[in-house]
Design a protein around this ligand. Structure first.
Ligand code: GDP
Ligand code: IMO
Ligand code: MG
Length: 421
């Protein structure tokens, strides 16, 4: 099983690359996260954003698995499936869902909002999809799982959980008047959910591996949002790194093959939290405009900045990345000079290149290596050899600094705008 994951703060372009690589696999599987993800695919002039459904869904020969590590909102799932109506996808054949995946219920979303509001200016900038509260219930051993919806006592279990949530919501003084309407939608979606292919996905995955089938595990979010290694508390609530693919699918670590680490040629972040190379000037604004950096799930403008090598090295280390894929190279076309952060400077003047526990609370300044930009369009280029020399220099410099080969460079959102090395 190969794993593909984002090495920054999400939105690196995972959806696009999963779709590009999918023909090499029999199975594509999501292992963590949920509707907070927004994975964009573009082909034949169509742009499509997926939230919970794996990005192999447009390839009819591929089995798409939503694994046990995912937190799943039935309402969002129904909307996603309805939205894919025009593609004549056979859901009973091409999409299966783990009975051990956790369900997001309406009060999880209310709790997410209540907890964010209570944090005031310390808010995380959550997508408000109910992710944190649902994983809390999972770890707290009070959650509902997909398999539960098939049991006659589901409504009873649901009610017990809702009563518990209502106590917390009243503690936060959070309104619940929209709950009846949300519940109506929820139970309609649950009825639809029951008609889908609900399975013990760990057996399907391991049987497939035993018969030498190829599986691609599709990460959501990014390593710098990981619950353990991200910029805590400004993180998501799941294990976004390679190890999460093992627990989120029931696969032994020894079964992991390649680890594809995806990064943008610069950095973006949506939501709050430290971002040492963030640009607050015209350059940052130009990056946002050129890269169309607005959230795929929430539409929020993404914060933009130069590439951060210490952070990238950290992500490569904790994930065991074997191949790097550099995304959105074309967005840097507009710059005469490009900067790469090689170190951070502490308020004491000391230079460091490691992400220590203390670093989130320190006001670190990025130290930059400037490079000459290519400052020209990459339109129509299909071969690495045809890249401008400055872009090749950028790729080679990064590869040497990071110690892992950059095997793919993406120069546009379409499937076709993908250059292999
Ligand atoms: P994901 O969450 O990692 O799947 O990434 P998103 O879909 O949230 O955000 C990536 C955005 O960049 C999407 O709008 C993609 O269509 C777009 N994109 C992907 N690769 C490239 C690229 O190489 N160049 C440009 N300009 N856009 C890209
Ligand atoms: P994909 O898979 C970018 C961010 C949110 C917030 C923090 C916590 O598309 O790369 P949560 O809703 O999980 O409680 O939010 O994490 N975040 C993402 N940022 N891409 C994502 O997913 C994200 N999923 C969550 O903005 O800062
Ligand atoms: Mg995204």
């Amino acid at each position: 099983m190969d794993v593909l994951l984002g090495l920054q703060w999400g939105d690196e372009g995972k959806g696009k690359i999963v779709d590009v690589l999918a023909p090499k696999y029999e199975i594509v599987a999501r292992f963590q996260g949920g509707p907070n993800a927004g994975h964009t695919l573009e082909f034949d002039g169509i742009k499509h954003v997926l939230h919970q459904i794996p990005s192999g869904i447009f390839r009819p020969q591929i089995l798409n698995i939503i694994g046990n590590g995912v937190v799943l909102d039935p309402i969002v799932l129904k909307k996603e499936i309805d939205g894919l109506g025009k593609f004549s996808i056979d859901y009973m054949k091409n999409l299966v869902i783990s009975k051990k995946a956790t369900i997001i219920i309406p009060t999880h979303k209310l709790l997410d909002a209540a907890m964010e509001t209570a944090k005031g200016d310390k808010k995380i900038g959550s997508t408000l999809k109910g992710i944190g509260p649902t994983y809390q219930d999972k770890i707290g051993r009070t959650a509902l799982r997909v398999g539960d919806i098939l049991n006659p006592d589901f409504k009873e279990k649901y009610q017990t959980l809702v009563e518990k949530h209502k106590t917390t919501l009243s503690f936060y003084n959070h309104p619940t008047d929209m709950l009846p309407e949300m519940e109506e939608q929820f139970f309609a979606a649950v009825d639809f959910f029951k008609t889908l292919n609900l399975i013990d996905s760990e057996y399907v995955v391991n049987d497939a591996l035993a018969s030498n089938k190829r599986i691609l595990a599709e990460g959501a979010q990014g390593s710098l949002l990981d619950i353990d290694f991200g910029s805590y508390p400004f993180v998501t609530s799941s294990t976004t790194m390679t190890a999460g693919a093992c627990t989120g699918l029931g696969v032994a670590p020894s079964k992991i093959g390649e680890v594809f680490g995806i990064f943008k040629a610069y950095c973006t972040r949506v939501g709050s939290g430290p971002f040492p190379t963030e640009l607050f000037d015209d350059t940052g604004e130009a990056m946002r405009k050129e890269g169309n950096e607005f959230g795929s799930t929430t539409g929020r403008p993404r914060r933009c900045g130069w590439l951060d090598l210490p952070a990238l090295r950290y992500s490569i280390m904790i994930n065991g990345v074997t191949q790097l894929f550099m995304m959105k190279g074309d967005v840097l076309n507009i710059f005469e000079e490009i900067k790469i952060c090689t170190h951070y400077e502490l308020p004491t003047g000391e230079r460091i290149d490691r992400l220590s526990f203390e670093i989130s609370d320190l006001d670190v300044k990025p130290v930059y290596q400037p490079m000459k930009g290519w400052n020209t369009s990459l339109k129509g280029i299909r071969e690495y050899d045809d890249f401008p020399i400055e872009l090749k220099d950028y790729v080679t410099y990064l590869e040497n600094e990071l110690g892992v080969p950059i095997k793919l460079v993406s120069i546009g959102p379409d499937r076709e705008q993908t250059i292999l090395r």
